[in-house]
Write a protein that binds this ligand. Structure first.
Ligand code: NAG
Ligand code: NAG
Ligand code: NAG
Ligand code: NAG
Ligand code: NAG
Ligand code: NAG
Length: 482
């Protein structure tokens, strides 16, 4: 068993920002300097928060919002920290790449673009309705739970407690061709009685687990069963329904190790071994009835790709004699390998495991990033025209859906007992620039950071579980052959 690439003792390695243009070790120094003072405090007071913020990578995904905002900065750069300059470089680059404007042609282009992207999904996990396209409409009822009624709500996602505008709570996703039923905690628990469900991925996978815990706790209070030393693997149990809910940590699915710099310190970059999966999650597949895989945000860093013990290329590296394969390629490779591993898992076949891919969701930083003054203080969803059709999120979504389709074809041909489905939330979340904590968290932990990647609870992320509920009740319960 090789070690997981990151540990709490190497916070500087896990800087959330990937940099396209700046030397990564130089940047690390900057980040270390920036956060070193608060590092000890951070560790002592909230490992969890560190995981949430620092272990989440994010990329230049917010281009859409930045683009759409007419009040973009261009000044104030000279006296900023280098990290801001680097962010700004990225931002400028995105601005050059993306040219959206909130007008009708843009909306039309987005529609056309997405329609062209639609992939015929098979009938393996029957999808009665495509819930991926739609719009957010006002919902006066508000969320299923509140910060008063969810006993497991993590403090750093309790945005209401820290003064976030409640406007983001009163929306519901309206798919184009059908309705998405409101989450029904008791009904969900009945359907999953005796089952085991795992969210496999990074901190956004955990975000979905936290949402599901809050939703289900309206019907039954869960028991905290297991937490590993680094809080990367969690297990909860709903005793009355014998339902087990898990989070399993993996940034890349593949085996990956941080790149070590000249001083022997881990950098923000990873060596990703494409041919080798991380056994930490694959070894926990047996026994699962449902798995929700997700990921993508960690690929925005400078990462190196290895195959057969050889470094074959990189992502975002800009090194003269190293091929940059691009984020989408790297994501495709590891998603394919991950789905193949799920399809091969013998116990999963026996149990009739249903594996979902939860599609990519972007951050919504404006004018900066985590530690450089970025923010996300919108109080209502974006208009469709404010989201760029060129956003890389669409490409990652397409890759993820194509790989699920490929896995479906293969497993159908093989007569495999594993079934695959998609929770396609990309478009819905692209629009929810108003759903992140931003600066609404306990400032005693980290004074000057902003989280525009994770999602407030309650909040739009609860919709992921509305979709999960719908998919799970649609499919016939898998036959259990022991
Ligand atoms: C699995 O996770 C544990 C705890 O997080 C870690 O100590 C171990 O090194 C990991 N193993 C692999 C193969 O990543
Ligand atoms: C819940 O949110 C309200 C604001 O809506 C806040 O005043 C209160 O302190 C929060 N309660 C808890 C237990 O977090
Ligand atoms: C609870 O569910 C597990 C599978 O998740 C099963 O092995 C076990 O027998 C169940 N326990 C009871 C008491 O039904
Ligand atoms: C390019 O490759 C050569 C020979 O393999 C190596 O010596 C050199 O350091 C490489 N340059 C960069 C920028 O990696
Ligand atoms: C917080 O970050 C902003 C932007 O980088 C900076 O202007 C400000 O001085 C910082 N405040 C503190 C207290 O560090
Ligand atoms: C969001 O924050 C920015 C910068 O602090 C501010 O200029 C803007 O007015 C804020 N917008 C809202 C809707 O609060």
């Amino acid at each position: 068993m090789a070690p997981l690439p990151a540990s709490p003792s190497s916070i500087s390695t896990a800087s959330p920002r990937s940099l396209l243009h700046s030397n990564s070790s130089e940047w690390n120094v900057v980040v270390q300097r920036n956060i070193k003072s608060s590092l000890l405090l951070l560790l002592v007071l909230s490992t969890v928060f560190v995981f949430s913020v620092v272990y989440s990578s994010q990329g230049f995904g917010t281009a859409a919002t930045r683009e759409a905002n007419p009040l973009v900065p261009g000044e104030d750069l000279a006296d900023e920290q280098p990290i801001v300059v680097a962010d700004e470089v990225m931002w400028q680059q995105n601005r050059a790449r993306l040219q959206p404007s909130p007008c009708h042609p843009q909306t039309r282009r987005l529609r056309e673009h997405l329609n062209n992207q639609e992939i015929k999904v098979g009938t393996q996990v029957e999808e009665k309705c495509d819930m991926s396209m739609g719009k957010w409409v006002r919902e006066p009822k508000g969320p299923v739970y509140t910060n008063q009624t969810c006993p497991t709500l993590p403090d750093f996602k309790n945005c209401q407690k820290y003064g976030k505008d409640p406007g983001h709570l009163f929306w519901r996703w309206q798919p184009d061709g059908c309705d998405l039923p409101r989450f029904a905690p008791a009904r969900f628990l009945d359907v999953v009685r005796g089952k085991r469900l795992a969210f496999i991925g990074d901190s956004l996978a955990r975000n979905q687990m936290e949402s599901l815990l809050c939703l289900l706790s309206q019907a039954e209070t869960p028991t905290d069963v297991y937490r590993d030393a680094f809080d990367k693997f969690r297990t909860w149990h709903f005793p009355a329904h014998n339902f087990t809910l898990m989070a399993m940590w993996t940034e890349f699915y593949a085996h990956a190790e941080p790149v070590i710099d000249a001083d022997g310190k881990p950098t923000a970059s990873f060596d990703i071994h494409l041919g080798r999966l991380n056994a930490n999650w694959t070894s926990r597949l047996p026994g699962l009835d449902y798995a929700v895989l997700s990921g993508g945000n960690w690929f925005f860093r400078v990462n190196y790709l290895w195959e057969g013990g050889r470094r074959v290329g990189c992502v975002n590296c800009r090194e003269a004699n190293l091929t940059d394969f691009g984020i989408a390629y790297a994501v495709r490779r590891v998603v394919r390998a991950a789905l193949e591993a799920v399809a091969r898992c013998e116990d999963c076949n026996r149990r009739g495991l249903v594996a979902f891919m939860r599609t990519y969701t972007p951050d919504h930083f404006e004018h900066g990033s985590w530690f450089s003054g970025g923010y996300c203080n919108r109080t209502r969803p974006l208009e469709e025209g404010e989201v760029s059709s060129e956003h890389i999120g669409w490409e990652l979504r397409r890759v993820q859906r194509e790989e699920v389709e490929r896995a479906r074809e293969t497993t159908t041909a093989d007569g495999s007992g594993v079934r695959f489905g998609v929770l396609d939330v990309t478009k819905a979340m692209m629009l929810r620039a108003d759903g992140h904590p931003g600066g609404h968290y306990d400032k005693r932990w980290v004074r000057n950071a902003s989280d525009c990647l994770h999602w407030c609870l309650p909040g739009p992320v609860d919709m992921w579980n509305d979709v999960l509920q719908q998919r799970i009740v649609e499919i016939a319960p898998p036959p259990v052959v022991r």
